[in-house]
Design a protein around this ligand. Structure first.
Ligand code: PLP
Length: 390
């Protein structure tokens, strides 16, 4: 379908093409010098001692859990209003998940009070997911973690370039994980990054992402090593040089693109004000990455109808997220989990288009479509376009 305004769009141009071609011309495709450069620059950007590039954020989260020694018999506390990868990563290790409620309609991130209520003797870690690139309440989460001797893993898939109290998101916990999936703020198609300040975690992740081997093909190519040992059960979670080259170009654009995302978010907020939709994160602290723009429809609106109407007007929308504990696999694994706040809010959530290349006219098209679609999706009495409740 040809959208008038798609949900997301890449900021890709000649620089990315040149960077990919340069890798092909150098004839070294697997992880090597370009990846090292991306890791160094990414570490400097977020303010972490180590950054390790990997295949995607899902494996970064898996490696984070493994490097922290999380496994069978352990529990990880996580929100349900996130992508399923956030909690799958813990399950891969044999650990179990305990779902905590989000803060509320104003803040869709995990609630520190709910985290505290989920802690059991088996709890080992808190998975703090920065929804939309908006910071979780990290001061409180760290304080809880310190008091109960828990690890904090940050799912910063949405949050490259975001910070709280001047400290990069991803560096508040023991480990931070970023996604370079094609709709993300920094995109390489597939790709991800794990950051940490701890040398022991970095060392462990370095081995685990490459079969538990003590040297890389790249080291051997450079003559730094002739052989290798396998010292633990590892994986092939490596990135490649083409993606790293794309990542370097995208990293250069990241902060300016995050700023453009902020401008569009502000436009949305002022244009949608008074239309009857709730807008989470208006009071957000720190510097978000503005990855997506979620709205909450009024209870009187039929969401399916609303999204159909938006599609009819050429505007792509999405849902972030169907709560994880309601998926069949998770329902069977964790029957009876009930998160009324998360479920109530998730039912009303719709994500509007947001990407740096959006023009002011595009924002206006989306807002006009929201107004008309809300009218059409009203369950009770008809709502007229331009209607301002209250
Ligand atoms: C919050 C969150 N966590 C983790 C992931 C997984 O990222 P990846 O696709 O890079 O594995 C995503 C991807 O959409 C995500 O949105």
């Amino acid at each position: 379908m040809e959208w008038r305004v798609p949900l997301a769009d890449l900021d890709y141009g000649e620089a990315e093409q040149k960077a990919a071609l340069a890798v092909l011309e150098r004839r070294w495709l697997t992880m090597g010098a370009v990846t090292q450069e991306l890791e160094e620059r990414f570490a400097a950007m977020v303010g972490a001692r180590h950054a390790l590039a990997v295949t995607n954020a899902t494996v970064a989260l898996h490696l984070a859990c493994l490097a922290l020694g999380i496994g069978a018999g352990d529990e990880v506390i996580a929100p349900a209003l996130t992508f399923v990868a956030s909690t799958n990563a813990a399950l891969y290790t044999g650990a179990e998940v305990r779902f905590a409620e989000i803060c509320g309609a104003h803040d869709l991130n995990i609630s520190p009070e709910a985290i505290e209520a989920c802690i059991t003797p088996a709890t080992r870690a808190i998975m703090a997911v920065h929804y939309g690139g908006y910071p979780c309440r990290m001061r409180e989460i760290r304080e809880i973690a310190a008091r109960h001797s828990l690890f904090v893993i940050e799912d910063a898939a949405h949050a490259p370039g975001a910070s709280l109290d001047g400290r990069g998101l991803g560096t508040w916990g023991e480990v931070g994980c970023f996604s370079f999936f094609s709709n993300k703020n920094l995109s390489t198609g597939e790709g991800g990054m794990l950051v940490t300040d701890r040398d022991d975690i970095a060392e462990k992740v370095r081995k685990l992402r490459s079969h538990g081997m003590t040297s890389l093909t790249w080291d051997r190519h450079q003559g730094h090593a002739f052989s290798y040992d396998v010292v633990e059960l590892g994986y092939n979670y490596r990135i490649d040089e083409i993606r790293s080259a794309l990542g370097l170009v995208q990293l250069e654009k990241l902060m300016a693109n995050n700023e453009r995302r902020r401008e569009i978010t502000e436009q949305y907020r002022s244009m949608l004000a008074g239309m009857g939709v709730e807008m989470p994160f208006i009071e957000s602290e720190g510097r978000p990455a503005y990855h997506i723009f979620p709205i909450l429809l009024p209870a009187e609106a039929d969401r399916g109808r609303f999204m159909d109407e938006m599609r009819g007007r050429g505007v792509q929308t999405s849902i972030h997220y169907p709560p994880i504990h309601l998926f069949s696999y998770y329902r069977e694994r964790y029957p009876g989990v009930s998160l009324p706040r998360t479920e109530g809010i998730a039912r009303r959530e719709v994500t509007l288009p947001l990407y740096p290349g959006m023009k002011d006219e595009d924002t206006a098209i989306v807002v006009g479509a929201v107004d008309k679609s809300l009218g059409a999706a009203w369950k009770a009495e008809p709502r007229k376009p331009g209607h301002r409740p209250g």
